[in-house]
Each structure stands twice: as structure tokens, then as C-alpha cells.
Write a protein that binds this ligand. Structure first.
Ligand SMILES: Nc1ncnc2c1ncn2[C@@H]1O[C@H](COP(=O)(O)OS(=O)(=O)O)[C@@H](OP(=O)(O)O)[C@H]1O
Ligand SMILES: Nc1ncnc2c1ncn2[C@@H]1O[C@H](COP(=O)(O)OP(=O)(O)O)[C@@H](O)[C@H]1O
Length: 400
């Protein structure tokens, strides 16, 4: 039987299927159900494992699930109770589904309900807050109430607001059993109590504190490394941010040593860069990447990884045409590729898929490095991601 690591959404669904939160649903892929699982290569059975390889359940060819073990790690795991446990511990309470930090007005509303269970719906792709911040904010809210408990339910989004709402209502009703469910009223522009505001602010950093991945893509010789280096110098001169370079050539000498230029190896190379960049972004740093990254799908995967880590992704297409790159031929590689000495050379014998929707597109032909860099700096400034006081036009470093 193959081992398969499901997506974060599927892992959330698995937990809820096994805990009974989706009752009467107990398996994936029931007709018409949004709770689906994709197995690789048409497999009909598999051992489902978490990202660290711990076997969680077996899916049999007729779709039934055999749980093997429960996930044991992760913040606030102790609050991931099954509906049966919650009904046993909290019978008689009012159940309040929570998808965001509770505001002053919402707290006042909940205060009138007596004993409550705040059901924090923390699944993948749902709340504005990260799952861990939503639970922390809910615990902080519970501290401000007389008799409140928090339960975390990883109910993920299934990509459709109506479906999500219906499934959410059903899951909360399952947790509540015979007890009442109270849906919070919307209170626009409300404020948060101080302790909750702190949690929200820390989870939604200002753009200048948010992790950022600047990703330069383009043909060999287009100017990726040159622009990336110039940008990094400005960042370092200005100070205040940690900056890491993930240049294509350099990565291939270390992190990706031994990989070839086949499509599969290029994808592996870019996903590695994406993984490291996402970790840098998770910690609020700036990663400046400058590989060719010729495939749109892999670039999209990197964007997803970065955004999942809470970072902003900024794609720069260094769109210098092939003729100009070949004319420059700084490393003599195009001549060798034309002579057939280098197989699968990007732009000659291997494809480059142009980005359809980059944050900015820069053709460096006939321009100075400073001038081309200005296009990137202006776009970053307009996107409110990074304000660098290095604009060539305004710099006047010769005393002008
Ligand atoms: N076959 C082939 N095709 C393209 N490029 C080649 C090839 N062989 C070696 N080189 C040199 O490797 C650099 C590109 O590596 P990358 O890791 O950025 O490429 S990729 O993103 O994995 O496609 C690239 O560097 P840059 O010129 O900085 O782009 C080349 O110098
Ligand atoms: N406006 C410009 N921006 C960036 N590079 C330029 C520009 N004009 C000329 N060049 C030259 O083009 C070459 C680009 O090489 P490089 O930055 O290594 O490209 P890549 O990393 O995309 O392979 C360098 O020799 C650089 O000096």
C-alpha cells in the first residue's frame, strides 16, 4: 500500500472525519460531499501520513477510513477535543462559533449568555488570523468572561462560502448536541480589548515587518543577479531588515548541488529555494531569489509556500529578450548551447514560460542597472511592501 501525505485541508478533514465532527459523514469522497481526498496516480487505497511521515489512517479501496493514530503535536493540541468529549465536559453550555478575535461588542454579547464554549474554527484557509493566533485570542477572550471554555476545531475552507457556512453550522451543531448555538452578530469597526488587540497586531504585522520574498525570474543573462544584488545592497545600506540571497548559481553550488537541468531537477531546485524562502519569510526576513525558474506552475507553488508562511511574494520578471541575453553572453554559455555543447539550455533547447501576471516586468535592454532597478523599487513602494530610499532619479549622489 502506498504512503501518501494529504494536503493541509485534507489533513484537517481527516481529523474531523475521525473525531466524529463531520457525523454522519465518516469517509472521504461521498457523492456530493465537499470533503474529498485526492490520491496520487489513481490509487484507490493508501496509508495517510502527516508531513513528518507518522501514519494517521488507512483509506481502503471502498473509501472507508481506518484510523491508526491521532496527531499528537502542534500548538493547542489539548484543545482539539472530539464532539463526544466536549458534550461530556460541557453539557448545558451555550456554543459560540468563533472565526476571528472577539471584539469588545462581541464580548459584551457573549457575556449575556452565561456558561459558554467558544468553538474556535481554526482550519486551513478560513480565518483572517492564523490558527494559533485565533486560539490565543479566544483564550484571552475566555479569560475576560466569567465561565468560558475554548475548543479548537480545524474546520478547513472548501473554497465556497456557502458550502463552508453550511458545513460549519453542521459541525458546531454536532459539538453542541442538545445545547444551544449562538451565532455572533456582526459589529463593524469595533475595537478589541488590549490583550486581544496585542495578539491580533502581532499576527498581522505591518508590511514593513512582514516577511517578504523578492523573486527575480528570467533567462540566463537577463540581469536577475545584477538587479538582485543591487537591491540587496540598498536594503543592507538602509538597515533594519535581515536579508538573505538565494541566487540561482549560488544555490546550485550548495543547496541544489548535484541537480541537473532536466525539467524535474529544475522543479526540485525551485521548490527548495521556495521552501527556504518561505521559512525566511515566516520569521519576518527578506529573501531575494534569482533563479531562472522557467516553469509557471513551480513559481506558483513557491508563491503558495511563501503566503502560507505569512509572507508577501513579489515576482519580478526580468524580461530582457533572448537576443539581448545572447548578445551579452557573459558566461559564453549561449555560444556553447548553440554549438550543442550544453543540452536543455533555457531559451535555446529548453522552454521558458513567461509569467502572465508579475508584480513588475523589467526589460534591461539599453538601460543602466540603476534605471532598471528603479522600476522594481517603484513597484515595491506602490505595493507598500518596501520603501527604499534609493531611487536613482531622486538619489542625486553626485550632489545633484
Ligand atoms: N542548461 C542550462 N540552462 C540554463 N542555465 C544553465 C544551464 N546549464 C548551466 N546553466 C547555468 O545555471 C544557471 C541557472 O540555474 P538556475 O538554478 O537558476 O536554473 S533553474 O531555475 O533551475 O532553471 C544559469 O545562470 P544565470 O545566468 O545566472 O541565470 C547558467 O549560468
Ligand atoms: N540594466 C541592466 N540591468 C541588469 N544587468 C544589466 C543591465 N545592463 C547590462 N547588464 C549586464 O547584463 C548582465 C546580466 O548578468 P546577470 O545579472 O548575471 O544575469 P542573470 O543572473 O539573469 O543570468 C551583466 O553583465 C550586467 O552587467
Amino acid at each position: 500500500m502506498i504512503q501518501h501525505c494529504p494536503t493541509p485541508t485534507e489533513l484537517d478533514d481527516l481529523e474531523l472525519l475521525v473525531s466524529g465532527a463531520y457525523a454522519p459523514l465518516t469517509r472521504f469522497n461521498e457523492p456530493g460531499s465537499p470533503v474529498t481526498l485526492d490520491l496520487p496516480d489513481g490509487a484507490t487505497e493508501a496509508e495517510l501520513v502527516d508531513p513528518e511521515g507518522l501514519p494517521l489512517a488507512r483509506v481502503s479501496s471502498h473509501g472507508s477510513l481506518e484510523p491508526l493514530t491521532h496527531a499528537q503535536y502542534g500548538p493547542f493540541r489539548r484543545l482539539h477535543l472530539t464532539p463526544a468529549q466536549v458534550r461530556e465536559q460541557h453539557a448545558g453550555a451555550t456554543f459560540v462559533p468563533v472565526v476571528d478575535a472577539l471584539s469588545d461588542a462581541e464580548l459584551e454579547e457573549v457575556r449575556g449568555l452565561g456558561r459558554v464554549v467558544l468553538v474556535a474554527l481554526t482550519g486551513t484557509g478560513t480565518a483572517d488570523l492564523s490558527p494559533v493566533a485565533l486560539v490565543r485570542a479566544s483564550l484571552a477572550a475566555a479569560d475576560l468572561l466569567d465561565d468560558a471554555h475554548v475548543v479548537a476545531v480545524p474546520l478547513p475552507s472548501h473554497g465556497d462560502a456557502d458550502v463552508d457556512h453550511e458545513l460549519g453550522a453542521q459541525v458546531v451543531a454536532t459539538y453542541a448536541g442538545d445545547d444551544p448555538v449562538h451565532a455572533l452578530t456582526e459589529h463593524p469597526d469595533d475595537s478589541y480589548p488590549a490583550g486581544i488587540a496585542e495578539i491580533v497586531d502581532a499576527d498581522r504585522p505591518e508590511p514593513e515587518d512582514q516577511g517578504l520574498v523578492l523573486f527575480f525570474t528570467g533567462l540566463s543573462g537577463s540581469g536577475k543577479s545584477t538587479l538582485a544584488r543591487a537591491l540587496m545592497d540598498l536594503l543592507l545600506e538602509q538597515g533594519g531588515r535581515t536579508v538573505t540571497s538565494l541566487d540561482g548559481d549560488v544555490v546550485r553550488r550548495h543547496l541544489s548541488a548535484g541537480l541537473t537541468f532536466s525539467k524535474a531537477d529544475r522543479e526540485t531546485n525551485i521548490r527548495r529555494i521556495g521552501w527556504v524562502a518561505a521559512e525566511i519569510a515566516r520569521h519576518g526576513g527578506v529573501a531575494v531569489c534569482s533563479p531562472i525558474a522557467p516553469f509557471a506552475e513551480t513559481r506558483d507553488q513557491v508563491q503558495q509556500m511563501v503566503e502560507d508562511a505569512g509572507g508577501a511574494f513579489f515576482l519580478v520578471h526580468v524580461a530582457t529578450p533572448l537576443e539581448e541575453c545572447e548578445r551579452r553572453d557573459r558566461k559564453g554559455l549561449y555560444a556553447k548551447a548553440r554549438a550543442g555543447e550544453i543540452p536543455e539550455f533555457t531559451g535555446i533547447s529548453s522552454p521558458y514560460e513567461e509569467p502572465q501576471d508579475p508584480a513588475v516586468r523589467v526589460d534591461t535592454t539599453g538601460r543602466t542597472i540603476e534605471d532598471a532597478l528603479d522600476d522594481v523599487l517603484i513597484a515595491l513602494d506602490e505595493a507598500r511592501l518596501l520603501h527604499l530610499h534609493g531611487l536613482h532619479r531622486g538619489r542625486g549622489d553626485a550632489g545633484a
